[in-house]
Design a protein. Structure first.
Length: 120
């Protein structure tokens, strides 16, 4: 999506409950050098934005003969995947929240929002 963000001169800032070490790993692994990924392991900002999800299924995992296995181990709290589009004045122009916490922002919906907000 980088070319699309570049086309509209959009900066991407993401907030995650991951630790700083986990954030650094994701940035490197996923090639997200143009994303400002912020760490919020205590969910302080996530709660302030009202984006807390309380019933994400948590798995207990281990390796057996090199094969990863997992069983449900209860629920955990995490952020609801949400995309918020702000204009250059900081005004919220569009919000999209995932129906399923396991799904991230839909590229087509984000593209449509960028076109509607910044093409006028």
């Amino acid at each position: 999506m980088k070319p699309l963000f570049d086309q509209y001169n959009v900066s991407v800032i993401a907030l995650s409950k991951d630790t700083q070490k986990e954030v650094a790993f994701h940035l490197e692994r996923d090639g997200l050098e143009n994303v400002l990924l912020l760490s919020d392991p205590k969910l302080e900002m996530i709660r302030k934005f009202g984006l807390e999800h309380h019933k994400a299924l948590e798995f207990i995992t281990w390796n057996v003969l090199g094969i990863p296995l997992g069983v449900p181990g209860g629920f955990k709290t995490m952020a609801i995947p949400t995309s918020i589009l702000l204009d250059e004045e900081g005004v919220v122009r569009w919000i999209d929240q995932a129906d399923d916490y396991r799904q991230r922002g839909d590229e087509q919906r984000i593209q449509t929002a960028l076109e509607e907000v910044f093409s006028s």
